[in-house]
Design a protein around this ligand. Structure first.
Ligand code: ADP
Length: 322
């Protein structure tokens, strides 16, 4: 391997810059050249490729977003697009690529690996929904951002004795909702994985809590579970308690990464560069059982993980007033 390429793909996540910086600096330390591919697979197919020096990644570790930009690229889902991508890599002398993104991006990396370009995936998503790893870049920052926002909504909710539905990100995975549910002491948590979602139960819970003298009722709702605004209207009609929905939205994706995201993203980016330098391909970096490890991409994509039922039970129990 002489030249390593690096790209960020799919949804952006705070800490991606730390990972890019680590790939660049570690590859340079190992005597390789580094090229940045802009805008994910779209930029690869458009040949938006730049040289990266150690200086180019200065003052990036503390910045949110991704300095390489990101995209979703339909063309790369086709065999033709993937072949063209591999040819473009060869044309630019890129013999190894680090792909920072989620499961979808890893599938793209898998295709490039099959076409002879060495690839290593690094898990970057605020949703924590990558099965081979207990940590993904951006989750820690996103969940802290959401937690702080929920604290603020809760203050005003208490003053006005309101019920608040706060929608957090995680269309297919409720990790942000579950963690905030515990961290913010939410009265109810609605998860996409949640089998027992029952609006009548929530309404009964709100009424019972109000009778006990609770001044607010916080419902943390993962994006994709019902429709928060219309849910608020129905709950208000059924309980007679003023109910508002707050959708946190894209603010959860931005901001300066936490210490954990900077450090873990740095470790993962560095490991990805080292793996490429060792001649490895079709691997993905993960964090499991207290250490950074690498997995075969095919095996990693076949793994499954879900919400820990005990964690969910604890979240529910800690909000109960018996
Ligand atoms: P994430 O990486 O966050 O899961 P996406 O699922 O949107 O985000 O995937 C990002 C990009 O990865 C897609 O826009 C596409 O270019 C590429 N990709 C996704 N799935 C595949 C696939 N099966 N084969 C090739 N490329 C894929």
């Amino acid at each position: 391997i002489k030249t390593i390429g690096v790209l960020t793909s799919g949804g952006d996540a705070p800490g991606m810059n730390a990972a890019v910086r680590a790939v660049v600096r570690k590859a340079l330390v190992n005597g390789k050249q580094v090229k940045g591919i802009l805008k994910g697979y779209t930029g690869l197919l458009d040949e938006e490729i730049i040289d990266l020096s150690a200086n180019d990644v200065s003052n990036t570790i503390e910045r949110g977003g991704t300095m390489l930009f990101t995209s979703r690229c339909k063309e790369f889902m086709t065999e033709e697009g993937q072949k063209r991508g591999a040819e473009i890599c060869r044309k630019h002398g890129i013999d190894g690529i680090v792909v920072i993104g989620g499961d979808g991006s890893f599938r793209g990396a898998q295709k490039l690996a099959a076409l002879g370009i060495n690839t290593i995936g690094v898990p970057g998503t605020i949703d924590l929904d990558i099965s081979c790893t207990e940590y993904t870049i951006g989750f820690d920052t996103a969940v802290n951002t959401a937690m702080e926002a929920i604290d603020k909504v809760r203050d005003t909710s208490t003053s006005h004795e309101r019920c608040s539905i706060i929608e957090v990100m995680g269309r297919n995975a409720g990790y942000i909702a579950l963690w905030c549910g515990i961290a913010n002491g939410a009265e109810d948590i609605l998860l996409p994985e949640n089998y027992d979602y029952d609006e009548q139960k929530i309404i009964n819970n709100i009424i019972a809590n109000r009778k006990r003298g609770k001044k607010h009722h916080i419902i943390v709702n993962a994006e994709g579970v019902g429709h928060s605004t219309s849910m608020a209207r129905r709950i208000e009609a059924a309980t007679g308690i003023e109910t508002r929905a707050t959708i946190l939205g894209h603010m959860q994706r931005g901001g300066s990464p936490t210490c954990k995201d900077r450090v873990y993203a740095s470790m993962m980016g560095a490991m990805a560069a080292d793996l490429l330098c060792d001649g490895k391909t079709n691997r993905v970096v993960g964090y499991q059982h207290g250490r950074f490890q690498d997995f075969d991409i095919d095996e990693a994509l076949a793994m499954v993980k879900g919400i820990d039922p005990y964690q969910y039970q604890v979240a529910k129990d800690l909000s109960k007033h018996c």
